[in-house]
Design a protein around this ligand. Sequence first.
Ligand code: AMP
Length: 585
Amino acid sequence: MKFSIISDAFQQMEATTKRLELTDILVKLIQEIPEDVIAKAIYLIQGKLRPNFEGVELGIAEKLVMRAMSKSSGIPLKKIEDDYNKGGDLGQTAENILQQKIQTTFASEVITLEKVYDTLFKISKLEGKGSQEMKMKYVSSMLNDATPQESKFILKILLGTLRLGIAENTVMDALAIAFTGKKENREIIENAYNVSSDLGKVAEVISTRGVEEIEKFQIKLFSPIRPMLADRIKSGEETVEKFQEKFAAEYKLDGERAQIHKQKDKIEIFSRSLEIITSYYPDIVEKISKLIISEDVILEAEVVAMNSNSGDFLPFQELMHRRRKYEIEEAVTKYPITVNFFDVLFSEGKNCMDMRYEERRELLEKIIKQDDFARLIPMSIIESKEQVLEVLENSINSGCEGLMLKHLDSTYRAGIRGSNWLKLKREYQNELGDSLDLVVVGAFFGKGRRTGKYGTLLLSTYNDEEDVFPSICKVGTGFTDESLDQLYQILSPKVTLKKNPRIVSEMEADVWFEPELVIEIVASEITQSPIHKTALDKIKEGTGLALRFPKFTGKIRTEKNSEDASTDEEVIALYKVQKKTENQE
Ligand code: AMP
């Protein structure tokens, strides 16, 4: 398949900010892709080469790409650097620069999707001595054959800056429409994705073997399962009302979610966003096999940092010391952890997701040999409001965030946020009574001490009905010099040239980001707002909801996806509770 078919579609996608149009363009594109390359095409559309959990990273330096551009076009490196410094986007620079080249060279080979994909894949595998030179050769050979527009997109994929505003949900919608004619059939696709975490594979199977085949998708060891998520709840009372009968209350620990796959002695650990994190936890790999009595198993646990003297749990941030490539051994001894199991999804060749919570917990208790390192998350069966409050207090006294309340009959619903799991967090010291996890979508440059950094951030909630990120507030307090630096490091590679179509905001930020980073915010109250777009028209026509006196808590929730941020519904619920309390006062 000609790569120009893809790059033409990308060009059209870049030009629109409307989600429906994006989906339309994507549907048409998918319909044109032959079945033998559809998986590759789906990965490329998402700016990757393989599903996240395979950890295939492109990683290439801008400098090297500029040298390759210079080599294939004959244009001096200095000129390319100048153009890049003016525009700030190397893909765009390539299009500009190579337009000049095309006039002077003869027509070259037509570049295909397979060629681009395979070359990018080879680049991703290169490492060690001589690899830089090889990478440059590969890049310049692609640029020799590609048109300026194709070069632009090849380089954007290569540099990880392809930002078309296409979320997984949009890809699933488009696949449903392209292959079944109906968006409503997305559920079948989503189910297959939930257990495989591989949209390329889902697309390939549906395209080569039909929809019936993806209904048969099964769990497989070492392919992560999309995690089940919890709804938020305000009070213990509400829980009892919601569940109406006995339920399980587990401590909610503040750590990193880990999906642990084990087959004999082979261990792989996946994060909540389905990336491989095994290398950060060599201690788990070393110790856990002996503590699990099951040959092949998929377990879920919360990994928590702890104080080795007192045995107390430490906050989530402490785990960030493990996020290094080198000196990991040192981090392992300096920042010890415990692994706290809470679910089992697969054991001894059997899918456990359809088992009831109680049965899964019982199995988990049998499988895990507990010691200081591996434990089961404490759980009690609750029948009354008083009991919830008592367990909540105990959990907080032991350094937890609150409780996870789980329906005893509930099966494990991969990828679903529902009311079978509810989170009851402790009261934070803010009048809202709860913190919110918000997505950083834009920023305003700082002044004074904050010059050259992002002084104020524009934040959004997640509207899961429309799959967009409506703005809810600007935040400029709660930052330390250190957190400002850290945020700048994380956010500057996420800058986009235009506002991502999924961001809904009337405010014009100085810079826009790919909506990816989630941070935690507390605030004094929720107010109606003519400017912000969260819950627009839901409380009053033409009005949204905004946060008053928002403050950053210091928690950067790197383990969360933007779709895990607080939703419009949650903000509306908090707003209603606040109104009720005001009326009582
Ligand atoms: P939240 O991050 O506030 O949406 O809460 C959900 C997260 O809490 C999960 O993704 C887990 O990482 C974490 N968690 C802590 N304790 C538990 C538990 N007992 N059951 C399930 N998840 C838990």
